[in-house]
Write a protein that binds this ligand. Structure first.
Ligand SMILES: C[S@@+](CC[C@H](N)C(=O)[O-])C[C@H]1O[C@@H](n2cnc3c(N)ncnc32)[C@H](O)[C@@H]1O
Length: 398
């Protein structure tokens, strides 16, 4: 069990002021946790440094000034040995008038700066610098991105290389096959440690990074009491899935949806592909049920269901944070605390399976009114009606 300080000020109770919540971890007998540079307790590093663990940046430039025509000399092929996951040769820039031959990209032996939207982009450094960095082990392959049809290439930028030079970051290993270095911060807590059973990080404050963050995303209209801080949730998930970038995270009591938000953040931080399934009921907060009842509404009525947790909080929060803007088109303000200083383009596809009321499940399952009598939702799941109906009830948004 981990004790997490979620409110340094403490909740006054007339006796001892409560500052903590608990996270319970259940491990299989042979499951162990990887050590990490942050043990979540030690105070021996500046807080801000915690988010700046040495990181590899994308060689593909994102954001503004990132098209091929913006810097055409930074558009060149990089040749790969997919077995060794090594960069074997750096090509020369292709004249702007010529089209690249992309016919062999799926063979995974060449990488071009291809953007998420399918257009041609550009690398961040020229071929000479790239060759030098590769020889030093300061470039490595991420994964092969099937959607873009090319490799993700990562490199250590100028600032990180400077820090290696002055000894703030150490090269601790070198990959035998690719030659890429492994790096770590030197001293002041830079080594790897076991995560402790008491977590004390200001980012775990559930007022600031739970309630306030939720209000920033969906506004003050929707009430949800005591959401978890996104960073404590992220740290809890990271503790057990740090070396599992393909993990599936399931939250059966999703509430405000912090878990999905945290999984997405963790994926963005470490290039992971973790998936997340949220399950929640559509419970209406007790202080709202009274006024809804007085207005003649009850469970199943549209106005009642619209105030439920799933429809008013879990779904909009998940949708807005994935897309980056709200239904009215306004962009979500602020930045996550990640230490990431670069823009990244990534192709994504979303599908929204429509909201389905319990009665609809039975109708979708193709049961006649007589058969419907006395059936439960679970009876319907046993048939094959649900899979088909879920497909027909789905809608796509972009
Ligand atoms: C404590 S909250 C979860 C908080 C969440 N971790 C967060 O940070 O937002 C638990 C949620 O589970 C929902 N819930 C309760 N019983 C449920 C059930 N049987 N099935 C699905 N969800 C349920 C409640 O409506 C509530 O929103």
């Amino acid at each position: 069990m981990a004790t997490i300080v979620i409110n340094q000020k403490g909740v006054e109770q007339g006796r001892l002021a409560r500052v903590e919540e608990y996270a319970l971890f259940a491990f299989m007998p042979n499951a162990y946790l990887k050590s990490h540079s942050d043990d979540l307790l030690a105070d021996d590093r500046a807080e801000s440094k915690r988010f700046l663990s040495p990181r590899w940046e994308w060689l593909l430039r994102g954001g503004t000034n990132s098209r091929r025509e913006d810097r055409h000399l930074l558009f060149y092929p990089i040749f790969i040995n997919p077995e060794r996951k090594a960069i074997t040769k750096i090509g020369i820039p292709l004249p702007l008038s010529e089209k690249p031959d992309l016919s062999n990209v799926q063979s995974q032996t060449v990488a071009w700066p291809l953007r998420g939207d399918g257009s041609l982009g550009r690398w961040r450094v020229g071929p000479e610098t790239m060759a030098k960095l590769n020889a030093e082990g300061f470039v490595k392959l991420g994964g092969f991105d099937k959607a873009r049809g090319t490799w993700t290439i990562l490199y250590l930028n100028h600032k990180t290389r400077q820090r290696i030079k002055i000894g703030e970051i150490a090269i601790v290993a070198r990959d035998e096959k690719s030659g890429a270095v492994a790096i770590e911060y030197v001293g002041s807590g830079g080594g790897l440690k076991s995560i402790k059973t008491v977590w004390n990080r200001s980012t775990h404050d559930s007022g600031v990074y739970g309630s306030s963050l939720l209000r920033t995303i969906i506004g003050s209209g929707s009430s949800f009491t005591f959401p978890k801080a996104i960073y404590s949730t992220k740290d809890a998930i990271a503790a057990v899935t740090r070396d599992r970038p393909d993990a599936l995270i399931v939250d059966f009591f999703a509430g405000s949806g912090t878990t999905l938000n945290a999984v997405n953040l963790l994926n963005a931080l470490d290039e992971g592909n973790r998936r997340c399934i949220l399950v929640t009921n559509n419970e209406v907060a007790s202080d709202e049920t009274q006024s809804l009842k007085e207005a003649g509404n009850g469970p199943g009525d549209p106005s009642w269901e619209a105030r439920g947790i799933c429809r008013s909080v879990t779904w909009p929060r998940s949708k807005f944070t994935v897309i980056g803007k709200r239904d009215d088109g306004t962009e979500l303000p602020g930045d996550y605390l990640t230490g990431m200083l670069v823009d990244r383009d990534k192709r994504r596809t979303f599908r929204h399976a429509a909201f389905v009321a319990p009665m609809d499940f039975r109708l979708f399952a193709g049961l006649s009114p007589t058969q419907l009598k006395g059936t439960s939702i679970f009876d319907c799941f046993r048939g094959n009606g649900i899979a088909g109906s879920a497909r027909s009830a789905s809608a796509t948004f972009s």
